[in-house]
Design a protein around this ligand. Structure first.
Ligand SMILES: *Cc1c(COP(=O)(O)O)cnc(C)c1O
Length: 453
């Protein structure tokens, strides 16, 4: 049977061949065929698409480099892994094997750290929502409790009175570090005297053991100097405690928030080229501490809770092309099987996306859509890519932070996560979800069990 071919409106598009982009750089369209020597094709064939892939080697290297950056500049340093950044057990345990404590912000994360085998005294308990039950557990386990508000301070004092323990506490301090916006919703403010007031309340009642001072000034911070200001302000509080009470705190916890190598949406240049390195953050923080009134004989332990900067570039998200189509205005659009439900960070990062097979030299500005039937499902609203065909594969880079915790089950089920170990052996560290998993939590009232259509 002869059928007439469907008519498609012709469009004229400028194709570019190996041209630098408007920043004078050739970016984003080198193919990436392997991760740690494992062919992406093989990974997708074996574990499905989409697929999260994490490199153990890269995590360890990032950690060791960060540790070295601080330890070469300051005598006593301790890292605590921020669970909310990525709390897959395999990931947490890599950090714990390297020597990291755990930093948690909920009862759920606290229990996860305990189950992973972290000693209670090596867990830092942050966040505004700690229930009385959570606090009692943390007090009994000798964990480090970072007080967020006065209600929590008073509750801890009651708990201390009704148990034989003296809770080990720090206060979280927020402050003006010269950046906007100020994160003033967590902890006690430095400038208006709240922080000093909270410290006096702790020192006067004597039921709590004040062991440290904590701050976490923001996330994806691009200014090392903001940390220098913050460290100097915490050192000032420590000095005043020393003067007034002859009390020495044991640690200064500078939190996390160092920018990773990702590129923020709207940034003019790629983050790999412009974002400060860990060494620059280390230099700012340690200089502020050693230039303060602390003495070299017994300096406080410097704790860091850095999350995204240690893991972002240690994970990739592999996916496949579902279809191509022309938008009404003639722009090319490509639909891939990676949606914002599993790539939450697409909302604020211009993620680097590369094809996972060889291609011709022609490129075109493309809109990259996810598979969800939702208008917000855009992975990149403008990216220069070669022409990809249905079934071709792509790699999204720098996805290690926050995606595997903030992802949601929405429209589709969440995919597998695999870890490539240091011998290039692949392990599934989180299975894909199934319909059964979802139904397990649901309950159907009897009267809704049947219908007749
Ligand atoms: C989220 C968080 C961190 C980690 O932040 P990153 O931006 O991932 O480095 C550290 N400390 C606290 C208190 C946090 O809430």
């Amino acid at each position: 049977m002869i059928t007439k071919k469907r008519y498609e409106r012709p469009v004229i598009k400028k194709l570019e061949s190996n041209m630098p982009n408007k920043f004078g750089m050739r970016t984003e369209y080198e193919p990436v065929l392997h991760i740690e020597d494992i062919a992406i094709k093989d990974l997708i064939t074996k574990y499905g698409s989409p697929l999260f892939v994490i490199s153990e080697k890269k995590i360890r290297r990032n950690y060791q480099a960060a540790k070295q950056a601080f330890e070469t500049r300051y005598p006593r340093v301790q890292f605590a892994w921020s669970y909310k950044t990525n709390y897959l057990n395999a990931v947490c345990n890599i950090f714990h094997q390297e020597g990291s404590w755990a930093e948690v912000v909920s009862g759920f994360e606290y229990d996860k750290a305990i189950r992973n085998g972290v000693p209670g005294s090596n867990i830092i308990f942050n966040g505004p929502d700690k229930s009385e039950q959570d606090l009692r557990k943390a007090v009994t386990n000798n964990s480090l409790i970072h007080i967020d508000h006065l209600d929590e301070l008073y509750l801890l004092q009651e708990i201390a009175k009704s148990t034989k323990h003296k809770p080990k506490v720090a206060i979280r301090v927020n402050m003006d570090t010269g950046i906007f916006p100020i994160w003033d919703r967590f902890g006690f403010n430095f400038e208006n005297g709240q922080a000093w007031d909270a410290l006096n309340k702790i020192m006067f009642t004597g039921t709590l053991e004040l062991v440290g001072l904590h701050t976490h000034i923001g996330t994806f911070m691009l200014s090392p100097n903001a940390y220098a200001v913050a460290a100097a302000k915490l050192a000032n509080l420590a000095q005043r405690l020393h003067q007034k009470y002859d009390h020495e705190i044991k640690y200064i916890d500078m939190g996390g928030g160092f920018a990773s190598r990702n590129t923020l949406k709207g940034a003019y240049l790629p983050g790999v080229d412009t974002n400060p390195t860990i060494d620059e953050f280390a230099e700012a923080i340690t200089s502020a501490l050693i230039n303060s009134d602390f003495r070299p004989k017994n300096p406080p332990l410097l704790i860091l809770e850095t999350g995204r900067a240690l893991i972002d570039d240690a994970a990739w998200l592999l996916g496949s092309v579902i279809a191509n189509k022309r938008l009404a205005d003639g722009r090319r659009s490509t639909i891939i099987d990676i949606g914002v439900n599993i790539l939450f960070t697409a909302f604020w990062y211009a993620h680097k996306v590369t094809p996972a097979q060889k291609f011709t030299s022609y490129t075109e500005d493309t809109v990259l859509y996810g598979p969800l039937c939702m208008n917000i499902d855009v992975i990149r609203d403008n990216i220069t890519l070669p022409l990809l065909n249905k079934g071709d594969q792509v790699v999204v880079h720098h996805v290690g932070a926050y995606n595997m915790t903030q992802w949601m089950q929405f429209i589709t089920l969440r995919p597998k996560v695999v870890l490539i170990d240091q011998n290039n052996k692949v392990h599934v560290i989180r299975n894909n979800e199934t319909l059964e998993n979802m139904l397990e939590l649901e309950a159907l009232p009897d009267h809704l069990a049947n219908f007749d259509l």
